[in-house]
Write a protein that binds this ligand. Sequence first.
Ligand SMILES: [Zn+2]
Length: 62
Amino acid sequence: MDCIKCGKPLEYDEVAIYKRLISRAATEFECKACLAATLGVTVEDIDRKIDFFRRHGCTLFN
Ligand SMILES: [Zn+2]
């Protein structure tokens, strides 16, 4: 699966954080860089959110 904005191959975490932040029903996804731009945050913010959700046992990150 590739990012719908830039075409970069997506990592599992990128799909998971997109579902967590945008929509669990999403079928198309953005990579971390594009998602950060969409949300007006930095890639580091996205990484921190991924860490946060993983530490808190979010099932999307299992
Ligand atoms: Zn992208």
